[in-house]
Ligand binder design. Structure first.
Ligand code: SF4
Ligand code: SF4
Length: 344
């Protein structure tokens, strides 16, 4: 019998660069630095970011401080572990009432204080879980024993309650070989968005041997785009940093052209996440007012133009760069806030 020829439908997902948009403001609000976990790649440094938690009434004041009605304002609540803060559900509702366009919580998956019983899917645009492997064997050596099971169970509970669930996977040498197994798992769990993050050499990785973590450009480019396409073809929206730009592509620093504020419990406000290990924050909150700091600060670097792209990346992570024999960079490092989005 002649074999029947099957028609394979080739679906090419749509990829676009999510540029910084004028008129858009993103507020990354670390409401506390406490956490029940002690992940090996944690970027929180209490000596820089404070040890306290922002009291509920102060959260409300700071949400008002950063809300600009003329702009699309979005808030992401982070920690530490933000669900350890008993006032988080109230803060989420306040943010919505104040007019924040989207409200997201980034959690390590433990969902303390009966979090899922205190908010509804209408309160929260996205609930993002951090997981760094498709199995306990991969995830738990990085994030802690038993973390995979707890996180997976709470992802299933959140999906069952109809929350929009996303997942953040921080890719490093420790887990890159397992990334390709994530799309099927996300489909099984009903996760809608997949954030693939590149490990930043700050916080603990900066102290504990960057070479154990940091990816080469080839490792990133060989692995991440194919997994992103696979996940997109399975119906998941994938967002990942561009990291490398060809010389002909335009480089822009978000610190100059966008409005991103990274707020910490001690009142420090950064514009660039790469700078958070150092006391170079351009702003601080004092008496519930936003104050511009003086001195040599992160924003002094935003204006410098170099052929390598991001100045702070060149200073802090020079191993990310490669040069030709004439000393010209082979590519530029993009702003870490420039993302590629891919979906069907
Ligand atoms: S869950 Fe987040 S804040 Fe907590 S230790 Fe891990 S990386 Fe740090
Ligand atoms: S990562 Fe680089 S390009 Fe982006 S805001 Fe910071 S300094 Fe600017």
């Amino acid at each position: 019998m002649p074999s029947q020829r099957r028609t394979i439908k080739l679906v090419i997902p749509i990829a676009k660069t999510v540029d910084f948009k004028p008129g858009k403001r993103n507020v990354f609000f670390h409401i506390l630095t406490d956490c029940n976990l002690s992940c090996q790649h944690c970027y929180i440094k209490p000596e820089q970011h404070g040890t306290g938690s922002v009291p509920g009434e102060t959260i409300e004041k700071w949400l008002k401080l950063f809300m600009d009605e003329k702009k699309e304002s979005n808030v992401i609540f982070l920690g530490g572990e933000p669900t350890m803060h008993k006032d988080l559900p109230e803060a989420i509702k306040t943010a919505k009432q104040l007019g924040y366009r989207s409200v997201t919580v980034d959690t390590n998956g433990f969902l303390f204080n009966n979090f899922l019983d205190k908010v509804t899917p209408a309160d929260l645009d996205f609930l993002s879980f951090s997981l760094d492997g498709p199995t306990p064997d991969v995830n738990d050596p990085i994030r802690g024993e038993g973390v995979f099971e707890t996180c997976a169970e709470n992802i299933r509970k959140a999906v069952a309650k109809r929350f929009n669930v996303s997942l953040i996977y921080t890719v490093s040498r420790r887990n890159i070989d397992y990334l390709h197994r994530m799309p099927d798992l996300l489909v099984e769990w009903g996760v809608k968005r997949f954030f693939i993050q590149v490990i930043g050499i700050r916080g603990k990785p900066a102290k504990n041997g960057a070479g154990k973590w940091q990816l080469s450009p080839d490792e990133w480019l060989d692995n991440i785009p194919p997994v992103a396409v696979d996940a997109a073809n399975k119906g998941i929206t994938v967002i990942y940093p561009k990291v490398f730009l060809k010389q002909e592509e335009t480089f822009e620093c978000a610190g100059r052209v966008a409005e991103n504020y990274f707020i910490f419990p001690n009142g420090r406000v950064y514009q660039c996440p790469l700078c958070e290990d150092y006391p170079v924050n351009a702003y601080r909150i004092e008496d519930d007012r936003l104050i511009k700091n003086d001195g040599i600060l992160e924003d002094n670097f935003f204006t410098l133009k170099i052929p390598e792209g991001c100045v702070i990346s060149k200073l802090l992570q020079p191993d990310n760069l490669q040069y030709d024999q004439d000393g010209k960079p082979l590519y530029k490092i993009s702003c870490c806030l420039l993302k590629q989005e891919i979906k069907k």
